[in-house]
Design a protein around this ligand. Structure first.
Ligand code: FE2
Ligand code: FE2
Length: 135
């Protein structure tokens, strides 16, 4: 069973952003399923790597939009992104170096992060971007 289900309430009304958020959600669910089913270490490391890389790409895309459309709260939002990248990289480091028991803590963090960041920080730019015609 997936850890997180997509629902309309997660939608920012910006299709490109929603598509990317769904990919991130997919990575988190894959990680969850892999851990649940006792997947081999190699697979989980690949998923975790994919998640970290894709998240960087997604954050860079949002930050590009912030600059292009002069988003007022970009400094704060950027800081949140940086903190998240740091935390996930930290978890990844611990996880890949053998601390397998941090998996539940990592999943809790990712789930919480996805919900909070989308529902609070990302939602905050929705109107600004849709008013500029971002799709
Ligand atoms: Fe986002
Ligand atoms: Fe964001």
């Amino acid at each position: 069973m997936p850890l997180i289900e997509w629902s309309e309430k997660l939608s920012t009304k910006i299709p490109s952003i929603d598509r990317q958020h769904k990919v991130i959600l997919g990575y988190i669910n894959d990680l969850h399923d892999g851990i649940e089913s006792g997947d081999c270490k190699g697979n989980l490391d690949l998923t975790l790597n994919g998640l970290v890389n894709y998240t960087r790409t997604h954050f860079a895309y949002e930050e590009m939009l912030f600059r292009r459309f002069d988003y007022e709260q970009q400094a704060e939002h950027l800081e949140v992104h940086q903190r998240m990248i740091g935390k996930v990289a930290d978890f990844k480091q611990r996880y890949t170096s053998g601390e397998r028991d941090i998996a539940p803590e990592l999943l809790e963090f990712l789930k919480d992060w996805l919900y909070h960041h989308i529902l609070e920080d990302d939602m905050a730019y929705s109107d600004h971007m849709t008013n500029h015609g971002v799709k």
